[in-house]
Design a binder for this molecule. Structure first.
Ligand SMILES: [Zn+2]
Length: 210
């Protein structure tokens, strides 16, 4: 049986700006750079603007084009953290809270990002995970470690589904707060985010017969 990814693996995966950038690059160009305009496969990297410039037609392409992060000009780590906070907050999150917790300096940027995330969430089910998926559920948040005592009430149980293109690389991921780890809640999560053909390759034993 394959190893089930924990939330800690997930955090480790996005530990640096480079890791976040690399993640977006691999989603956009899983087989290496392809120019969106002329389909040439060689590019130079414009490091000051973090853009790839096509060696043939000189078109400049970014890894964030077509994502909720497009044109936000913020460190990716802050944006990834915002997605995490947004998708795991029990009662929703305000732009001001998002701004404070991520360290995004401008309120307007935090507001715009929140708006884009809300809009993006509505596309749930339109882009189901299509590669083999690993599923996990974990408690996150809380002001103290452990599951009892003060702080435990802040914890949120979250379902996580991550595409695994091979044993080491992660693809896209979905996270959602769930009421419990029962079949009904997880079943609904699987139904919403994972393509039916992949639903039988889930690694967690008790989910294989959903
Ligand atoms: Zn080109």
């Amino acid at each position: 049986m394959a190893k089930v990814l924990s939330f800690f693996d997930f955090q480790e995966f996005f530990a640096t700006e480079h890791a976040c950038f690399d993640y977006l690059f691999k989603i956009r160009w899983p087989n290496g750079f392809i120019c969106p305009r002329c389909h040439h496969d060689q590019a130079s990297f414009v490091s000051t603007r973090k853009l790839f410039q096509c060696c043939s037609c000189r078109y400049q392409a970014s890894v964030t084009a077509g994502t909720v992060f497009h044109k936000l000009r913020q460190p990716l780590q802050k944006l990834f953290l915002a997605v995490f906070l947004f998708s795991t907050s029990k009662k929703g999150i305000s732009a001001m809270e998002l701004q404070r917790k991520t360290g995004i300096k401008s309120y307007k940027t935090a507001w715009l990002l929140l708006h884009k995330l809300r809009k993006g969430m509505k596309s749930t089910g339109i882009f189901p995970l299509t590669d083999p998926v690993e599923l996990d559920e974990t408690y996150i948040g809380g002001s103290r470690q452990g599951t009892t005592g003060r702080g435990a009430e802040d914890k949120v149980l979250v379902a996580i589904a991550i595409e695994t293109r091979n044993k080491k690389k992660m693809g896209r991921a979905y996270m959602k707060p769930i009421k419990d780890a029962g079949k009904k809640e997880l079943g609904q999560f699987v139904k919403e985010h994972i393509q039916p053909a992949q639903q039988f390759t889930l690694m967690d034993g008790h989910l294989t017969n959903i």
